[in-house]
Design a protein around this ligand. Structure first.
Ligand code: ZN
Length: 376
């Protein structure tokens, strides 16, 4: 089936997939993606036409394309507990997937998860706790690059082993000091870094829970939150734009290919989402995710650093050719063992050489709304 640009940006193709019974989780995988099936997932095929209709963006200071560095903070936990927690999660996952179905076993599993969450939240003994946030910011400061950290709530909507787990009081190393994560978030804000929300599973269709999670984090950091990326990119094109608007968000960056790469909606440009619940354009601007580091991980592709860099080069070429925006995701947990910092530095070096405007999701969104006409 063929779709027009306007239909694609309204999400008609994803709506049809959902109508056909594809789950919201599977819609975020490349298998069902319209552009993947046409061999065009890694090309922003809509952008020349959109540039002609809406105007070609010209970025501040003559920069040739925009880059949003983003980080989903899925876990913060004491370093010493990590091996045990990993082992526990693997064991429990195997049980759930292969054998356990009885209510008794499920009850035991819930208790085990409660234990692991409590253990993670007990990370007050500072010297034991590290976080990739420190390593990430060390690199970004060298390139004068702000970024967006998407932070989960402390309490999930539903108890799920797949949800992020975090305590804002956990102490982590940051900039040569050990301090509670709450203080680190305030420090990040002072540096021009954006804090967005990484809401828990189920909130993609629950505006009240989404608003509560946003307001709680706002209170903790003492600043407003405008941007959101859903955990595991859990998103329903038919309802989530409306849910996010009702919850008070201005910008979303959930529409990428989960753990993978490509232009899920055929475009590198931000666009105003369509609200299917009142059949009108939503106020929420989408800034699509293009490149998730997930496929560097063993078991999820396990590509080499050199192959990842070839993807970076490819997306720089494609996005720069249309003066588009390139949004990258690097999870802080990816840096926990100290590895991959050199790779992240190489990526930023390459982006800077190519003339990138490093900006945050919120800054880019505000700039886009102000300077580039949105489709009607
Ligand atoms: Zn996540």
């Amino acid at each position: 089936m063929e779709y027009s640009s306007a239909e694609i940006l309204r999400g008609v193709q994803e709506k049809h997939l959902l109508d056909d019974g594809v789950s919201v989780e599977d819609v975020a995988n490349r298998t069902h993606n319209y552009f993947n099936q046409r061999g065009e997932l890694q090309i922003p095929v809509l952008d020349e036409k959109r540039a002609a209709e809406e105007g070609r963006p010209e970025y501040p200071n003559g920069k040739e394309f925009a880059v949003c560095l983003t980080h989903d903070v899925d876990h913060i936990c004491p370093q010493a507990l990590k091996p045990q927690i990993r082992q526990l999660r693997t064991t429990v996952s195997n049980l759930v997937d292969n054998e356990a179905r009885s209510s008794l076993v499920k009850s035991c599993l819930r208790q085990l998860y409660a234990f692991s969450r409590a253990a993670m939240s007990s990370g007050e003994s500072a010297s034991e706790t590290v976080s990739g946030i420190d390593a990430i910011r060390d690199v970004e400061r060298k390139y004068n690059a702000p970024s967006t950290f998407f932070v989960p709530p402390e309490h999930s909507l539903v108890e799920s082993r797949l949800d992020p787990h975090i305590s804002y009081s956990t102490c982590i190393e940051y900039d040569g000091e050990t301090r509670p994560f709450t203080e680190v978030m305030k420090e990040l804000l002072k540096e021009g870094v954006e804090i967005g929300l990484h809401p828990s599973l189920g909130t993609y269709r629950d505006s009240s829970a989404l608003r509560t999670q946003r307001e709680r984090l706002e209170t903790v950091i003492g600043s407003s939150i405008e941007s959101v990326r859903h955990h595991r990119l859990q998103y329903d094109i038919q309802s989530t734009p409306s849910v996010q608007a009702q919850a008070g968000f201005k910008y979303d960056s959930s529409l990428g290919i989960k753990g993978d790469n490509g232009f899920r909606f055929g475009t590198s440009y931000p666009w105003k989402l369509y609200d299917w619940t009142d059949t009108d354009t939503s106020d929420v601007l989408e800034i699509p995710l293009v490149l998730d580091e997930g496929f560097l991980k063993p078991g999820r592709g396990g590509i080499s650093d050199a192959t990842y860099m070839s993807y970076v080069d490819h997306f720089i070429r494609e996005v720069k050719a249309v003066s588009g925006t390139l949004t990258l995701l690097w999870h802080p947990s990816f840096f926990d063992d100290g590895g991959r910092v050199a790779l992240y530095e190489s990526v930023l070096e390459r982006l800077a050489e190519a003339g990138a405007w490093f900006t945050t999701i919120g800054q880019l969104g505000a700039w886009w709304n102000e300077n580039v006409q949105s489709p009607s």
